[in-house]
Design a protein around this ligand. Structure first.
Ligand SMILES: [Mn+2]
Length: 197
């Protein structure tokens, strides 16, 4: 596989990792079967609702915390576990959890961030599968400003690895165009960290 980004980390795109029909079937099932909710995070003492729906699944020990809240994953539904195995076979990495995001329409979005919580370890590998509508996945280098707009279409897989989270940030901007609902499944390996963390 040839990386799209290979300076200061690695990013790979597999545009048709899952076939069109199967990806659409998974999208429909997961929209109705997963326990979607709006997540609220505390920023400067104020509670802010996430502009998308989220859901978290994984092995029981895959616990992570942010904004002072301890998040316990729900147990794997069979379909999510099957998808996990497909991505593990492709990447040669193993994952113990998945963060699911549902972008209902063009108003739903994800702000600029890097996936660098300490539960993910130093140089995490993340496998990110898109199902349903196409959205832009934008990634920008913190220092040089180099920017890539990646069309994350139905069935496409984005793999982030190496030093990427240290040097680059990414987001899913709002879309003014009418867009279909998109699910993103972000598979991760959560490591045990001390309670003091
Ligand atoms: Mn991310």
């Amino acid at each position: 596989m040839i990386p799209l980004i290979e300076n200061d980390g690695l990013l790979y795109v597999v545009p048709h990792f899952i076939g069109e029909q199967e990806a659409l079937q998974w999208h429909e099932r997961l929209v109705s079967e997963l326990a979607w909710s709006r997540e609220s995070v505390r920023i400067y003492g104020r509670s802010i609702q996430s502009p998308r729906l989220v859901s978290w699944y994984g092995d029981p020990e895959a616990i992570y915390r942010y904004s002072g809240i301890v998040h316990h994953p729900r147990p794997w539904p069979p379909l999510l576990h099957e998808i996990k195995t497909r991505i593990e076979n492709c990447t040669g990495r193993s994952f113990n959890s998945v963060l699911c995001n549902l972008y209902r329409d063009g108003n739903d979005s994800m702000g600029w961030h890097a996936d660098r919580e300490k539960e993910l370890g130093c140089d995490p590998c993340l496998g990110s599968l898109s199902l349903g509508g196409t959205r832009i996945f934008r990634i920008r280098h913190r220092k040089t400003g180099e920017t890539h707009d990646i069309e994350s279409g139905n069935g496409s897989l984005i793999i982030m690895a190496g030093r990427l989270q240290h040097y680059w940030r990414h987001c899913v901007p709002k879309s003014r165009k009418a867009v279909k609902a998109r699910i993103n499944l972000s598979f991760r390996e959560i490591l045990a960290v001390s309670a003091q963390g």
